[in-house]
Design a binder for this molecule. Structure first.
Ligand code: NAD
Length: 451
């Protein structure tokens, strides 16, 4: 599906009309291509007094080939690919002024599709109420910058645990590489937590999933097909699963990426054991499980028959639980394993006509919250992504006026692409991202829904 309005806006005639009438102005987003530098220009790195993260972040960025500047050598004409600020030293609200002092002079110096990243301490790890209050305040700045800077610039807050460990720094590196690059084009206004956990540095950051066996459910089309492609590009051996009726499309996806296809209805009573048997006999393990398959059966609650309720809950939530249980019981997800589930902003905000769907997708968030602490002990991370409006067959079915509203009601004034969700899931799946667990990351262009 194409966004004709966005194409029009990017034409010369379109630009004139949009400016004159004050219409939404969706910018062309920077997306990742193999070999791209992380940023379109240098990064300005600043720190509040006493920050503990600027030094390791400087080392990470330099190693990743980013040209670094600090505020003392930044002139008024300079333009930046990113503004990165270590706010971890802020322990009292009176010190928040340092944020203004850093961002104000450079607020208009960020290049198109630039990045703003604030680094802080999780408020629940702060030793005093004053510090927790000041750290919590950072969210308001980040979310407002995401709405204010425009031209495809995104803004995120990264909470980095105080706990020591190599895993923390490795996952901070994987997170920064994701957020600065075009992989995170449609992710904005997010708070991402890097906690304690094991993580391993890849031999090659261009192939961060090298040698990993990855299961993708619902891989025949839409987000799942994009996922299979992105994960294979990143080095994974992909097992693509979908219903038998989608067999031809599934085979085409699997052939295209040199992966394998499994035709299985996830709601069949024997699906978990058949899947586990297949993975055990072919691969001996599955490093990454991506629960992407999902359906909608929309009706307002008063008009919804029980079948619509049952089908949606079963495909979108209960089948994920049954499959996790069997794969974990049989030890098929090894230490270093990853589970990534696809939720939705409907699961956060709720949606008219989608009581069944929103219940299932909120349940997915519950699954992440409840499994993350226990699986962390086994060295397995579990996260969810919550897509907003993504251009697929699912959203093409929405009536035109509602569809246009969904597309534009976000800071980037456009729908996301399946590849945007796929890149986000890819980052969570990397062996380097093991200390990122228990997160729900929205891929919604900072949608107003549920914000
Ligand atoms: P899609 O309908 O294009 O693809 C979903 C795939 O899942 C299909 O290939 C389908 O055959 C498969 N599937 C459905 N039931 C299955 C079952 N019982 N067993 C095996 N496979 C099954 O949808 P999409 O837009 O690509 O969505 C992918 C995921 O993203 C879903 O979980 C959806 O809820 C979620 N999501 C999508 C959007 C969006 O805007 N497109 C927004 C939020 C969340």
């Amino acid at each position: 599906m194409t966004d004709r309005y966005a194409s029009f806006v990017q034409s010369a005639a379109g630009r004139a009309v949009v400016k004159r009438l004050g219409l939404p102005d969706p910018p062309r987003l920077r997306r990742h291509h193999l070999g791209d530098p992380l940023l379109p220009g240098p990064a300005l790195l600043g720190t509040a007094t006493g920050g503990r993260l600027a030094e390791p972040v400087g080392t990470i960025l330099t190693a990743a080939g980013v040209e670094l500047r600090d505020a003392t050598d930044a002139g008024p004409q300079d333009r930046f690919g990113a503004l990165v600020y270590d706010a971890s030293g802020i322990t009292d609200s009176t010190q928040l002024r340092q944020l203004y002092d850093f961002f104000h002079p450079h607020a208009r110096a960020v290049l198109p599709s630039g990045r703003v990243i604030l680094l802080g301490t999780p408020p629940d790890e702060c030793p005093t109420p004053r510090e927790a209050t000041a750290q919590r305040a950072l969210e308001g700045l980040v979310r407002s910058i995401g709405k204010e800077f425009g031209r495809g610039t995104t803004a995120q807050l990264v909470h980095v645990t105080r706990a020591a460990g190599d895993g923390v720094l490795t996952s901070l590196e994987s997170t920064l590489r994701f957020l600065l690059s075009g992989r995170s084009a449609y992710v904005s206004g997010q708070v991402i937590r890097v906690g304690a956990g094991e993580a391993s540095v890849p031999a090659d950051w261009d192939r961060p999933l090298d040698g990993q066996v990855v299961l993708v459910t619902g891989a025949a089309r839409g987000i799942g097909a994009a996922l299979a492609k992105v994960l294979a590009r990143d080095g994974a051996q992909v097992v693509a699963l979908d219903i038998p009726a989608a067999g031809d499309a599934l085979a085409a996806v699997a052939n295209d990426i040199g992966g394998t296809a499994v035709q299985l209805d996830l709601t069949a009573p024997d699906a978990p054991t058949r899947l586990a048997d297949h993975l055990a006999s072919r691969h001996g393990r599955v490093d990454v499980v991506v629960h992407n398959a999902g359906i909608t059966r929309d009706k307002t609650l008063g008009r919804m028959d029980a079948d619509r309720w049952d089908q949606v809950l079963d495909v979108n939530l209960s089948s994920q639980e049954r499959i996790n249980d069997v794969l974990l019981e049989r030890g098929l997800i090894p230490t270093g394993g990853r589970i990534v589930s696809v939720s939705s902003i409907a699961g956060i905000a709720g949606n008219r006509g989608q009581t069944n769907y929103a219940t299932s997708k909120a349940g997915v968030i519950g699954l992440v919250d409840s499994l993350a602490p226990t699986l962390r002990e086994r060295g397995i991370s579990v996260n969810a992504v919550a897509p907003g409006f993504i251009e697929t067959r699912l959203t093409a079915r929405i009536p035109l006026v509602v569809r246009e509203a969904g597309r534009r009601m976000n800071s980037l004034a456009q729908g996301g692409l399946p590849v945007d969700v796929a890149e986000t899931i890819g980052w969570l799946a990397w062996p380097a991202s093991g200390a990122v667990s228990g997160n729900v990351v929205r891929v919604c262009g900072q949608s107003l829904l549920g914000a």
